[in-house]
Design a protein around this ligand. Structure first.
Ligand code: HEM
Length: 478
């Protein structure tokens, strides 16, 4: 006689198989009625190929997940990840097509758990004309003229302030996060680091943790805690907005993002407090993890490539030699860091902080080779797959900043290097991130020598990061 647990297992299995067949037939019939789906495999019932994807991205070599499927099915294939059938693109032209057709054929699509944490008025979730308006407002506050005339000075000052406290063992990822958080708060609402910003950061870090609690957020304490922390952050930001509305009534105007959101002069005006708070919170999210991780990984790659570190140091020592030790960096200094830009490009290419972007097809869309993405289907445009493709980047897995020295770094120029995405949702913080990274590297290599405190490994799930937050032992120069 079979024991009851075996019976239950068999029952579950047969139920799962029926569901799988149902799903399989559904996908096939969708494909038949509406055109040819890209080839692929939807994997196990419910889970699809999620487990394979997660286990690949938990290592320092996630490439086989994509490479295996590309060699079997081609650069655009069908899979099933995070609960939905998904068309996956590792093709630069298809990626470009997807990104450029934002709002026409595709729209951004984040899972519900993330949307709740971001807030429904965040730029990342906005669509249509409101998105256009808010995107250009964000751009206008992160453009090079604003950075040159206002933000660069703050960036340099805050980077130095933080580094002044460094001694002995430093958890680089934590330090980089502190710096980028303080910079974003300054850019958004002009606050310098103080007890209030410290407390805000503590709550905010709980919110961030909630982003990475896939796949069952409703059962997770981390997620529940994140929702509560979001509420506290939103309350704190609401008070700031209230205070600033009063300042505006008194005719006072600061030069920051919040001011632009509050008045017509800055292209804003007419937004509710809730809209403004969601917007600010999403900006904190978008700029913080991304830039701080890139800072940390640039240092890791440089440490492992001493020749590149030496060349970078030479570039920055030359700049410092023209200035007094504590003199602030100017825009011309930033513009005379060509090798630094090569290091930043190469870090962005190899680390791929945002590995790709999720979209949803708004209608049946015909793509490359006559395949059809059915209306409502999830699409993942993998930026990483293109950046790590040996056909586009010679010895793609090697950290080689020199590849950017004489040309665009690629064998062919168009669509190959897109660390900041593209089209109407292209990252409005791209230039700001580059400046923050450059200043950070400048102050680091001119003030410190360092070595890794212990060996640390790069992983790509749930986000790109090193397992131990990259501990280093620093020594002040001179
Ligand atoms: C190395 C650092 C950064 C990387 C790699 C990066 C990458 C990206 C990418 C790939 C997108 C496109 C997402 C999509 O199409 O769905 C994006 C969007 C965005 N980024 Fe960045 N980003 C960085 C830094 C920043 C910074 C410093 C800010 C702060 C101003 C920022 C603000 C945003 C915002 C607000 C969006 C949403 C744009 C929209 O949906 O219209 N990012 N970023």
């Amino acid at each position: 006689m079979m024991d009851s647990s075996l019976l239950t297992s068999l029952f579950t299995l047969s139920l799962s198989l029926s569901f799988f067949l149902f799903l399989f037939n559904l996908i096939r019939s969708t494909a038949r009625s509406k055109g040819r789906l890209p080839p692929g495999n939807v994997g196990l019932p419910f889970l699809g190929e999620t487990l394979q994807l997660i286990s690949a991205y938990k290592t320092d070599n996630p490439e086989p997940f994509i490479d295996d499927r590309v060699s079997k099915y081609g650069t655009v294939f069908t899979t099933h990840v995070f609960g939905e059938p998904t068309v996956f693109s590792a093709d630069p032209d298809t990626n470009r097509f997807i990104l450029q057709n934002e709002g026409r054929l595709f729209e951004s699509s984040y899972p519900g758990s993330i949307s709740n944490l971001l807030g429904r008025h965040s730029l990342l979730l906005m669509r249509g004309s409101l998105h256009k308006r808010m995107h250009s407002l964000t751009m206008s506050f992160g453009n090079w003229a604003i950075i040159r005339d206002h933000l660069l000075e703050d960036i340099d000052r805050l980077v130095r302030l933080n580094m002044d406290a460094w001694t002995g063992r430093v958890l680089l990822m934590e330090e980089a996060k502190k710096i980028t958080f303080q910079l974003t708060v300054k850019q958004l609402m002009s606050f310098d680091p103080c007890e209030w910003t410290e407390n805000l950061m503590k709550e905010y870090m709980l919110v961030i943790e909630g982003f990475f609690t896939i796949p069952l957020p409703i059962f997770s304490t981390t997620y529940r805690r994140a929702i509560q922390a979001r509420q506290k952050v939103a309350e704190a930001l609401s008070l700031v907005v209230l205070e600033r509305r009063r300042d505006v009534e008194r005719g006072e105007r600061k030069n920051d993002m919040l001011a632009a959101l509050l008045d017509d002069e800055g292209g804003g005006g007419g937004f509710s407090d809730e809209e403004i708070v969601d917007f600010m919170l999403a900006l904190l999210v978008a700029g913080y993890e991304t830039t701080s991780t890139t800072m940390t990984l640039a240092v890791k790659f440089l440490t492992e490539t001493p020749r590149a570190l030496a060349q970078l140091k030479e570039e920055h020592d030359e700049i410092r030699a023209r200035k007094a030790e504590t003199e602030a960096l100017q825009w011309e200094d930033y513009k005379s860091m060509p090798f630094t830009q090569c290091v930043i490009n190469e870090t962005l290419r190899i680390a791929n902080i945002i590995g790709g972007v999720f979209r949803r097809a708004m209608t049946d869309v015909t793509i490359k080779d006559g395949y059809t993405i059915p209306k409502g289907w999830k699409v993942f445009a993998s930026l990483r797959a293109v950046h790590m493709n040996q056909d586009h980047f010679k010895e793609a897995r090697a950290f080689n900043p020199w590849r950017w020295q004489n040309n665009s770094g690629t064998s062919s120029t168009t669509n190959m290097f897109t660390p900041f995405g593209g089209g109407p949702r292209r990252c409005p913080g791209a230039e700001l991130a580059r400046v923050e990274l450059s200043v950070f590297l400048h102050r680091l290599v001119t003030q410190f020598s360092w070595e890794p405190a212990e060996s640390d490994k790069l992983v790509f799930f749930p986000t790109t990061r090193t397992q131990k937050r990259y501990p280093i032992l620093v020594q002040r120069l001179k």
